[in-house]
Design a protein around this ligand. Structure first.
Ligand SMILES: Nc1ncnc2c1ncn2[C@@H]1O[C@H](COP(=O)(O)OP(=O)(O)OP(=O)(O)O)[C@@H](O)[C@H]1O
Length: 319
């Protein structure tokens, strides 16, 4: 399947500190890709880089044949006006203007594009609210007058109103209670059927397990594993992914690997430029002082671990 979004060797640096290190990842048209990693692993930075909001030091990002990393000035503004790629921010309260009504917020992108008359914008806003399951009566309210779950849906409606091809959702459910979380996750899953490609960022594997087709795992600014979510969760090839899966009750396998056997004893320290996980990895060896390359395994999967070929025997031997 063709990649809608193709990220190659992306490196992002803040104040001399590498936050993303040579990340390569393709998002296929029509899929839901989950991006998982602990706090500080670079998930938000990845989304921000794709949205043109992070300082890309090297590498390139292509979207449907357009090299985004080469766009400047007028060309960049014209590309943004297409609305093809929408970034749904992590914090709805901060992302929404407290003075704007729901209708104004949702219609904002359409008004900026400037091509539609007011009645058409109103009709699109109504359609977008219906699409995310929000009562049209909320249209006149302000962000402070609706619930957190409703605010999250307003952000989604705003992004959907402009007809994007790709949605980048940053932690869309982390602030929600269980019922709102399920609602928003179902909504995202349903977008796939309407031809919208979705990237969902989360630090919570169980949120992704039910909806994502594939998953990409970040650790310390590096992509350590990616592949179809079922395969990656049931038969992880990277020790960090294995620990994530073993620590997540809802995705645990019938014969789970004990999480304790996947936790490092801290007897090796990570070397600058080496494997980002070596300092926490119970299986690290001298080879891990050099960063492992991301290599294809089993056709559709990739893993960056010097010992990937030794799984699953590695766990049984060492535990
Ligand atoms: N604007 C910035 N200036 C300097 N450092 C930054 C900036 N934005 C992010 N960082 C650093 O980059 C690293 C990755 O941050 P990022 O927000 O991408 O992580 P994350 O995986 O999304 O974490 P979280 O789950 O907490 O949102 C962190 O060490 C963070 O401090």
């Amino acid at each position: 399947m063709a990649a809608l979004l193709d990220i190659r060797d992306l490196t992002v640096q803040y104040d001399g500190h590498r936050v993303l290190d040579r990340v390569s990842l393709a998002v296929r048209a029509g899929e839901i890709l989950g991006v998982i990693g602990e706090t500080g692993s670079g998930k938000t930075t990845l989304a921000r880089a794709v949205a043109g909001l992070a300082p890309v030091r090297s590498g390139r990002i292509d979207f449907a044949g357009t090299e985004l990393t080469a766009l400047r000035g007028r060309a960049l503004r014209a590309w943004r006006r297409t609305g093809a790629l929408q970034y749904v921010f992590q914090d709805p309260l901060r992302a929404l203007d407290p003075q704007h009504t729901v209708a104004t917020a949702v219609g904002e992108g359409l008004a900026v594009a400037g091509a539609l008359a007011a009645p058409e914008i109103a009709a699109r806003v109504e359609g977008a609210l219906a699409r995310v399951g929000l009562d049209p009566d909320l249209a006149g309210r302000r962000p402070g007058e609706i619930s957190g779950g409703q605010r999250q849906r307003v952000l989604l409606a705003r992004a959907l109103a402009v007809g994007p091809r790709l949605l980048l959702c940053d932690e869309p459910v982390s602030a929600l209670d269980a019922s709102n979380r399920n609602h928003v996750l179902r909504l995202l899953a349903g977008l796939r059927d309407t031809g919208v490609t979705v990237v969902v960022i989360s630090h919570d594997l169980s949120s992704l397990a039910g909806i994502a087709d594939r998953v990409a795992v970040l650790y310390g600014g590096r992509l350590v594993e990616h592949g179809p979510i079922g395969d990656v969760l049931t038969a992880p090839r990277h020790p960090y992914t294995a620990l994530l899966a073993a620590s997540s009750p809802s995705v645990r396998r019938s014969r789970p690997i004990p999480a304790a056997s996947l936790r490092g004893r801290g007897d090796r320290s990570a070397v600058p430029g080496g494997c980002s996980y070596a300092g926490r990895c119970p299986f690290a060896t001298g080879a891990c002082d050099a960063a492992p390359e991301l290599s294809t395994v089993d056709g559709d999967r990739a893993v960056a671990c010097h010992r990937a070929a030794e799984w699953p025997a590695l766990v049984q031997v060492e535990s």
